[in-house]
Design a protein around this ligand. Structure first.
Ligand SMILES: [Zn+2]
Length: 178
């Protein structure tokens, strides 16, 4: 599932459509609500495809607020601090192998994962030290590590997303979230 934010009366091509996956939209919408105050609050449904949105005047006001956050460095600070907080979250046990790194359910047994050796390439699929290289038994869900990054880390937000979002808001002439 993704989000298509459609410009009601775009002044430029950039204001016609703003599109993100569910992973790429959530943190951006949360940030918009966080800094957008009363203006952002006029849109009640930021996280669903119900067609809620803002009119032209409020979209322009929101673009102004976000533009100020970009210029002051506040937006960049938010992105950096958010990333640091996500990086600090503990790893969570993989639910497919119950934290063992060996997938022993029907899928794991039928495809022989329990007998395979964890190859060195599995280390490249995780961004933490892999604890099981060379051991017997694999899990395709967690690169056989038994653990994975906290699910919140899947929701990404870069400074470039905020810049692009501001440019859309400035040019959309009002928008609807679908
Ligand atoms: Zn696993």
């Amino acid at each position: 599932m993704g989000m298509d934010v459609i410009g009601r009366a775009p002044a430029t091509e950039q204001g016609a459509m703003f599109r993100r996956s569910a992973w790429g939209w959530r943190a951006l919408a949360d940030y918009t609500m966080r800094i957008g105050g009363d203006v952002a609050a006029k849109c009640g449904y930021w996280h669903t495809n119900d067609g809620d949105g803002l009119d032209a005047e409020d979209s322009a006001a929101l673009a102004e607020i976000i533009g100020q956050a970009l210029e002051s460095g506040e937006a960049e600070r938010f992105v950096v601090e958010r990333k640091a907080a996500l990086d600090a979250l503990p790893l969570v046990p993989c639910r497919f192998c119950e934290g063992t790194g060996v997938r022993n359910d029907d899928v794991g047994r039928k495809s022989g994962m329990v007998f395979k050796t964890v190859g060195p390439e599995e280390a490249e699929r995780v961004d933490f030290p892999h604890p099981r290289i060379g051991q017997i038994g694999t899990c395709n869900a967690c690169a056989s590590a038994g653990m994975s990054r906290h699910p919140d880390t899947l929701y990404h937000l870069e400074l470039e997303d905020i810049r692009e979002w501001r440019a859309f808001l400035a040019a959309c002439g009002g928008f609807e979230i679908h």
